[in-house]
Write a protein of this length. Structure first.
Length: 158
């Protein structure tokens, strides 16, 4: 739950979802959030509303086939457990990314504080600049393989 929590642990908590369908960012995000386990502290419609509200302000496509949807402000309780869910899309979707590339992977970030969110974003941005990590996402690697890659990267962040 703290900002120094392992990225691998946060992703393991959020899980990996394959073949998430949709033809627009709204449909894809709706389908992904509808697939997530129920959080006792946050109704799914609250999470969906917060993530979609942020998306309308500015699309979260960061390029290279990746989007990082997240709420504008943390909404899970301070004692709640942040999570990241990775989703491979059934079909690429135009996310208005600056590089014009359609998105095929979502990394949904749900944090309990701004500090956690910024730390998590920093780590994900680092990974998204690594050719090995990008290749794994393009090839729709298994969760265990992604986690092993991230754990290895984290050894060098300490």
């Amino acid at each position: 739950m703290n900002s120094s929590e392992s990225l691998a642990v946060i992703i393991e908590r959020g899980g990996l979802y394959r073949d998430v369908s949709g033809t627009s960012p709204v449909e894809v995000i709706t389908n992904l959030i509808g697939s997530l386990p129920i959080l006792p502290s946050v109704p799914a419609d609250t999470m969906l509303g917060a993530v979609l509200e942020r998306e309308t302000l500015m699309p979260t496509g960061i390029g290279r086939g990746i989007a990082l949807p997240h709420p504008r402000n943390p909404f899970i309780p301070p004692d709640g457990e942040q999570f990241i869910s990775i989703a491979y899309l059934k079909n690429p979707v135009d996310w208005k990314s600056l590089d014009g590339e359609k998105v095929n992977t979502l990394i949904l970030i749900i944090s309990a504080s701004a500090k956690q969110h910024l730390g998590t974003l920093s780590k994900i941005n680092f990974l998204c600049r690594q050719d090995g990590f990008l290749k794994m996402l393009r090839e729709k690697a298994a969760l265990d393989d992604l986690l092993a890659y991230i754990r290895e990267a984290e050894k060098h962040w300490k």
